[in-house]
Design a protein around this ligand. Structure first.
Ligand code: ARG
Ligand code: ZN
Length: 871
């Protein structure tokens, strides 16, 4: 069944209060729910509660048992034929946490009871109107064995605790803030805690606890530090303060996604909490900081103000991603963070927007809401917030946020309500901006310009167009804020004079029709437009830069993002040219000017090392694939390998020197500066490895052996894993023996082998399925081995004989029966079949059809498969 935004109807009943009590047992947990239900004014008709996989044991209204005719139970819920207008409904159900391999609702992760309710998991715990616009206060009693569950947690404050005598105990939790059911959480088990406190700006002392599997407390220091910095930052930048005396985080091994913002009881995938230098890379540290921040920031943007319905998911996710991006930018390098975010947007969201699963930031329909926790809703959603921030400025944006909370604290609202608060707080009409929420597809902006020496003018023309997407044939022009400047041929910024007005060195043009022409005056040399600085709008820009113009911007653009971008676009043009050569069986031309420009950035010590590392990294194979139809999978790989090799060879002296110069001083520091030096140093190592000299292998081997942190160890291992030979096998075996007892590090070991470009990769991946550490029931393992192969190894996944496709589809059919949510997520990659050359397209489509025809396929996978085949 398809759920539509246009069919939204307000709930017919309110739930004024919820009392839950859990008697925890692994295969038979009893859940009793007392719901204070009130019919909403003007509503009539039966009352339907959602419920799935529940075994109903008893049901009463105001304490009176119900006759069999008074209610009906189906696979999806419970209906009361004529319920009174105000009553207490009491149900008792039996659920099975151990059997719950979907990891939605109440399940066990390594013996720990935990819950995941967003989006619709609460209905697997008890009968309830499981929709985000039904807000209630919760009182939760948890009973369990003192042995198996010494720790019993739920949302809010601990109000009672007692021994039950029979080896069991109970804890009672009360959450004073009304919340929708998706924010409910319960955790119970043997857990250690890492504790600290934070005093808020008004002087409230908050107890902070991170709960982990026994023995893991020493790995929580960085996450705790990130939490305290998040709390402080939200006060400083947004004026938002924490609202309870306790804040708990629990890290569990088995989790469908990154983390979850349950009120005062965040639950995390352990990989985004646990870290120490020997087991976590710098990227892991940065992710921990970002995700701890993200979930904490949800307390206001998501929990205090929540979503009216799931179509509004970006109301909380886009806004909270924007907030976590800003947090990381303030903690680290703003330019580097922006580049990383844009890379991620291009890698994940642009392909989505250009494929069969394209949907607007606020989707209009879905079959399974779990399929809409997408890069579009999250990352493009954050760009849509960022553009409003740019339009209104920091002060105007903060005024809008203030009004948003004044109006909507404690409510479930829509994206329109958010834009209205921004508009009203600033006295602006923002109606024209709203199509960014409702129109799918990435606008393509074409730029052209002409300098006229006589009139000293530069005429710039920008034109926009958006390709049709499934279900949206007609596209309209969107308001595109284009931050730009002009860089003179001498490398100096020019002043922008438009209509006689001097705008200074930078301005924001608003392209809100199909096309816009601007005549800049007083431009006395052939200046080069620097466009979409800081990635001011989420668009694809087509601009006819010559090699010399790209080099000018790479070296002189005052905007660091634009400098990086100039290098990326230059590299893209060069690589696509090489791909064309390879396809025509011509020897590809390696552009020396390009390599020299890369070399200048590499050695420019005035630039931040982290920036240099990004600036000399070539666009990914997937990004290049996005730029051509049909995708020349093998030639893209070949061209990129050749260019990397040429860079490694040509710049080998600088690379070796840098590699030596950037050596650590011994003490590990996870901060951005030290991480930036490691990044540049390892990028140098990887280029030296790409040159495939025997010295490089020796260097990587030494680096591997002496590494005192995971970033360096992984970089060395990545080089070795790409070189067939004894060094490779020895390093992989050593890594395995060192870390075989560490769940998270083993994920890295699985992933690095699954991403290897060597020809035996698929056989290795198949063999690794039988490794004792691998399990189809553990999402992190599935993502590390099968996900990395399908998404991080284009050359092997797209093997010409279709073996990669068949393998992944076989596994997804198996996984769909265990965990449909994770299966559907990995399946999305099969939507790209149309972009491939005919042979591969047919093989990929056939594999996808085989899955689509599988009996009993989940709603999750069915939606992705049908849309991918049709779109
Ligand atoms: N709200 C969580 C977060 O962004 C993610 C929940 C994902 N849920 C899902 N069904 N995929 O932080
Ligand atoms: Zn979120």
């Amino acid at each position: 069944a398809v759920i539509r935004l246009s069919e939204y109807a307000a709930p017919s009943y309110a739930v004024a209060g919820v009392a839950l009590s859990f008697d925890l047992a692994p295969t038979g947990t009893t859940v009793r729910a007392d719901l204070k239900i009130e019919r909403s004014a003007g509503q009539t008709g039966p009352l339907t509660l959602d419920g799935e996989a529940l075994d109903l044991k008893s049901i009463t209204i105001d304490g009176q048992p119900l006759g069999d005719n008074a209610y009906t139970v189906t696979e999806t819920g419970l209906t009361l034929a004529d319920a009174p207008s105000k009553f207490t409904l009491t149900t008792e159900v039996l659920i099975d946490p151990v059997e719950n391999t979907r990891l939605e609702g109440l399940y066990q992760s390594n013996g720990i009871f935990c819950t995941q309710c967003e989006a619709e998991g609460f209905r697997r715990i008890t009968y309830f109107p499981d929709r985000p616009d039904v807000l209630s206060t919760y009182r939760v009693t948890v009973r369990g064995s003192k042995d198996v569950c010494p720790i019993l947690l739920s949302n809010g404050n601990l109000v009672e605790q007692r021994d039950l005598g029979d080896g069991r105990h109970e804890a009672v939790w009360e959450d004073p803030f009304p919340k929708p059911s998706y924010l409910f959480a319960l955790v119970a088990g043997k857990l250690d805690s890492y504790e600290d406190t934070f005093t808020t700006m008004s002087g409230r002392k908050v107890d902070l606890k991170i709960w982990v599997e026994p023995g893991n407390a020493p790995y929580c220091a960085y996450a705790m530090d990130a939490l305290k910095r998040s709390m402080k930052w939200d006060e400083d930048r947004f004026g938002l303060e924490y609202d309870l005396d306790i804040f708990n985080i629990v890290a569990v091994s088995d989790f469908n996604m990154g983390a979850m913002e349950n009120k005062s009881l965040n639950v995390f995938n352990a990989k985004y909490i646990l870290a120490d230098p020997e087991t976590a890379t710098d990227a892991d540290y940065a992710n921990i900081e970002a995700i701890v921040g993200h979930e904490y920031f949800h307390n206001w943007t998501g929990n205090r103000v929540t979503c009216r319905d799931w179509f509004q998911l970006s109301l909380k996710e886009g806004l909270t991603v924007f907030r976590d991006q800003e947090f990381s930018a303030d903690m680290r390098s703003r330019a580097v963070k922006r580049i990383q975010d844009v890379r991620m947007l291009r890698a994940r969201q642009f392909p989505e927007d250009a494929g069969p699963l394209a949907h607007p930031v606020r989707p209009e329909s879905y079959m399974e809401i779990n399929n809409f926790y997408t890069a579009t809703v999250y990352e493009k959603g954050a760009e849509v917030i960022r553009m409003q921030h740019a339009l209104l400025g920091e002060d105007g944006f903060q005024k809008g946020m203030k009004l948003y909370f004044e109006r909507h604290d404690g409510q479930a609202v829509t994206c329109d309500d958010f834009v209205a608060a921004m508009a009203d707080a600033n006295g602006r009409d923002m109606t024209g901006f709203k199509p960014w929420y409702s129109q799918a597809g990435t606008p393509k902006v074409t730029a052209s310009w002409r300098h006229d020496a006589t009139s000293k003018t530069l005429t710039l023309t920008l034109t926009q167009a958006t390709e049709p997407t499934p279900g949206q044939k007609q596209k309209q022009a969107l308001p595109i804020p284009m931050r730009m400047g002009l860089v003179g041929s001498d490398g100096k910024p020019c002043n922008l004079i438009l209509d006689g007005q001097d705008l200074g060195a930078e301005t924001v043009l608003m392209l809100d029709e199909d096309s816009l022409t601007c005549v800049f005056e007083g431009v006395d040399n052939a200046a080069v437009p620097s466009l979409n600085r800081g990635f001011s709008a989420p668009i694809v820009l087509k601009a006819p830069y010559s090699a010399a113009e790209s080099i000018l911007l790479m070296g002189h653009d005052p905007d660091p993002f634009a400098r990086w971008e100039a290098g990326q676009q230059y590299a893209t043009a060069l690589l696509l040219g090489m791909v064309a050569d390879l396809r025509e069986k011509r020897e590809p031309v390696l552009d020396e000017g390009f390599i020299a420009a890369f070399g200048r950035i590499l050695t420019d010590s005035s630039l931040d090392p982290a920036f240099r590392s990004l600036a000399i990294t070539l666009p990914s194979e997937d990004y290049l694939a996005e730029q051509m139809r049909p995708v020349a999978v093998d030639e893209i790989h070949e061209a990129r390998q050749r260019l990397r090799k040429a860079i490694g060879e040509t710049l080998s002296r600088d690379l070796s020197r840098l590699h030596a110069e950037l050596a650590d001083d011994g003490r590990f520091d996870p901060g951005a500066d030290a991480a930036g030096r490691r990044a540049l140093r390892n990028t140098a190592l990887i280029y030296l490895g790409a040159a495939e000299t025997p010295e490089a292998v020796t260097l990587a081997k030494t680096r591997y052996d002496i590494a005192d942190n995971m970033t360096d160890r992984m970089a060395a291992l990545a080089v070795l894993t790409e070189c067939a030979g004894p060094e490779r096998e020895a390093a992989l075996a050593d890594f395995h023996d060192r870390f075989k007892d560490d769940e998270q590090v083993m994920d890295k070991w699985f992933a690095i082998q699954a991403m290897s470009g060597l020809p035996d990769t698929l056989d290795r991946v198949k063999a690794l399925l039988d490794h004792p550490r691998f399990s189809m029931k553990k999402p992190n393992k599935v993502r590390a081995l099968i996900g990395s192969f399908a998404m991080g190894n284009p050359i092997r996944f797209h093997a010409a004989d279709g073996s990669g496709y068949d393998f992944v589809i076989d596994k997804l059919i198996e996984l769909d029966r265990l965990n449909p949510q994770v299966a559907a997520r990995l399946l999305g990659t099969f939507g790209q079949w149309r972009r491939l050359p005919a042979d591969r397209a047919r093989l990929m489509k056939t594999a996808l059809e085989r899955l689509a025809e599988t009996e009993g396929l989940s709603r999750d996978s069915t939606e992705i498969a049908t849309k991918s085949l049709a779109g």
